[in-house]
Ligand binder design. Structure first.
Ligand code: SF4
Length: 401
């Protein structure tokens, strides 16, 4: 049986954070209860209808992302989980993660996640400094995060991720260190630490002159500090921005980096199977029409040309892209090299029918000479210097058209 990962998108948040360009919309749990409920019903329908395409797959991970999945009521989460278990071959040890934001989770909800079969929780802290949190528009302070973390442990979660952010407005290296120390002191099984990227259209991007951002040098110090400090606390870096205690690497995210099959359900959710990527409509009306037009067993990704947009008379659609072999090889390299274990030469040959050196011989030789990549038996991976300039290294694997 092929392995499959499932992503479930919940596009609702209490309010929009000032740096956020994810597909998410502010809602009020009370005022928008009807809208949330009908979205949950659409999701259940989509999950059920699509199951026929994955009869020969075994689900190894599920990830509830958003948005803020913890905004959903326990019954809604339980209902969707039941639909999943009733429609797919779920592996007995499937990793099932939910993203939760402090300020949205009650003890009942936390217990409800465990009862529904969710076994991993990812909590968005971002910073342990309340002023930094306020400056980026988070709805919570550090105390609320601690409460949420405590609730998760009390409910029985034995696999917790904490999300952190560096390069925030007004953040110093010392305050970032304090955030790292506080997070590690809680002994979560996993820590993700990303640098803030200013995305066009967000409040922080538009008003960046009004804020003092860390200098390039400070940003670099935070970046280096993350690895140095977390490794001293027993966390190994397994991906450029992700750290875990032994045995707790995120199985779901590794599927993305290793180009495994995954299907996304919900508004704008992205999927990939073999050489095809597609995504759901990102507009509520279009998503509703897409679900309404969905027929049992209707495989909606057939197309004959690259980058064709598939439309139906119903007005429903999915955007899809059939990747050329060149694009697949590029992805194999620049996604796989994000992992500290790197890429496998055997795997490359098995997938593409070429030795990696036949395609990338010159690039590899140059990057070995520059000590940015190293080869150890079957695997090719970034060196410490290579991790530092990973964007440059990845760009080297783009092939000429
Ligand atoms: S909670 Fe997450 S998804 Fe929601 S607005 Fe903030 S950053 Fe965006």
């Amino acid at each position: 049986m092929r392995e499959l990962s499932i992503y479930i998108h919940i596009p609702f948040c209490v309010r929009k954070c000032l740096y956020c360009d994810f597909l998410s919309f502010p809602v009020s749990e009370e005022r928008d209860a009807g809208k949330i409920e009908s979205y949950v019903n659409l999701l259940k329908r989509e999950i059920e209808e699509q199951a026929v395409r994955y009869r020969d797959h075994r689900v190894i991970s599920v990830f509830w992302g958003g948005g803020t999945p913890s905004l959903l009521k326990t019954e809604a989460i339980a209902g969707i989980m039941e639909t999943l278990y009733g429609s797919y071959h779920m592996a007995a040890d499937a990793e099932i993660t939910i993203e939760a934001n402090p300020g949205t989770v009650t003890p009942d909800r936390m217990q409800g996640y465990i009862t529904a079969g969710i076994n991993r929780i990812s909590i968005g802290l971002q910073s342990a400094d309340d002023e930094e949190l306020a400056r980026i528009g988070r709805i919570h302070d550090y105390r609320m995060f601690l409460e949420t973390y405590g609730l998760a442990r009390a409910a029985g979660f034995r696999n917790i991720n904490i999300d952190l952010m560096a390069a925030l407005p007004g953040q110093s290296v010392a305050s970032y260190r304090n955030t790292l120390e506080r997070a590690a002191a809680l002994e979560p099984e996993h820590i993700s630490a990303y640098s803030l990227i200013l995305e066009e259209g967000t409040h922080l991007y538009e008003r960046q002159e009004d804020y003092r951002f860390p200098t390039e040098e400070e940003d670099r110090q935070m970046y280096l500090l993350t690895e140095a400090y977390l490794s001293s606390r027993g966390y190994h870096r397994y991906e450029i921005s992700n750290y875990a205690l032994d045995g707790y690497e995120c199985r779901h995210n590794k599927v993305y980096w290793q180009r495994g099959d995954y299907v996304g359900f919900g508004l704008g959710a992205a999927s990939m199977a073999g050489n095809v990527r597609w995504s759901n409509p990102a507009d509520f009306g279009a998503y509703e029409a897409y679900i309404a037009g969905m027929r049992h067993g209707d495989v909606r990704t057939v197309c004959h040309e690259e980058r064709q947009e598939y439309k139906e008379e119903t007005g429903s659609f999915q955007e899809q892209q059939i990747l050329t072999k060149k694009e697949q090889m590029e992805e194999f390299m620049f996604l796989g090299l994000r992992l500290m274990c790197g890429v496998s030469r055997t795997e490359f040959a098995a997938q593409f029918g070429w030795q990696i050196e036949d395609v990338y011989g010159d690039v590899l030789s140059r990057l070995y000479r520059q000590e940015l990549l190293v080869r150890a038996s079957d695997r090719i991976r970034l060196t410490a210097r290579g991790i530092d300039v990973s964007n440059y290294v990845m760009a080297e694997f783009l092939l000429d058209p």
